[in-house]
Design a protein around this ligand. Structure first.
Ligand SMILES: Cc1cc2nc3c(=O)[nH]c(=O)nc-3n(C[C@H](O)[C@H](O)[C@H](O)COP(=O)(O)O)c2cc1C
Length: 158
């Protein structure tokens, strides 16, 4: 399966409800994923999950969002036909006028290729550890790999 790309100045956008069900996606999201809008809206966001993505990264994503904070992450996504594309995602909570979280919003940019190479190595180690010892062990190993720097800071430094 091959890697597919989008332009540096383009953005892949989606919105979800609080459970991660897709409520909106922009034309580039639809094009990159290979699905139709109808196949995407109302479906869980893991419809484009790639098997190489460690659970650990999604745990960090959801734990950060649960604190009402935005999160940045490198994510490898799978298209309908099995190809893949890397994104640098910024996921933010959306609030109503009473400051309650009503959903989430993700804007993805095309990542730097060298940074993806570094991330691929980190993610492959995390996935290996998860399979043998679980997500908590992988989180500990991530801290070792980054020298104790939290994921959000680590990805800004690489
Ligand atoms: C706004 C938003 C955008 C998301 N975007 C993606 C995405 O592009 N790719 C992905 O695999 N998961 C994405 N997720 C995370 C998924 O909801 C899910 O946690 C992940 O795919 C792991 O699925 P699993 O828990 O079923 O293994 C997103 C979540 C939110 C809230």
């Amino acid at each position: 399966m091959k890697e597919v790309f989008f332009e540096k100045e383009e953005h892949i956008v989606s919105k979800t409800d609080t459970r991660g069900m897709i409520t909106y996606c922009n034309p580039l999201f639809i094009k990159m994923s290979g699905y139709t809008k109808k196949e995407l809206v109302g479906k869980p966001h893991n419809i484009i999950r790639h098997q190489d993505m460690p659970k650990t990264v999604f745990k960090i994503l959801w734990d950060t969002l649960a604190q009402g904070k935005e999160v940045f992450a490198y994510v490898k996504n799978k298209t309908k036909c099995g190809n893949y594309y890397w994104v640098y995602a910024n996921v933010t909570p959306s609030f109503d006028s009473s400051n309650r979280v009503i959903g989430y919003f993700s804007v993805r940019r095309s990542p730097d290729k060298n940074k993806v190479k570094t991330i691929e190595q980190v993610y492959s180690k995390l996935s290996r550890i998860e399979k043998m010892q679980g997500v908590d062990a992988a989180l500990k190993e991530l801290a070792v790999m980054t020298g104790g720097v939290p994921y959000e800071n680590f990805i800004q430094q690489i």
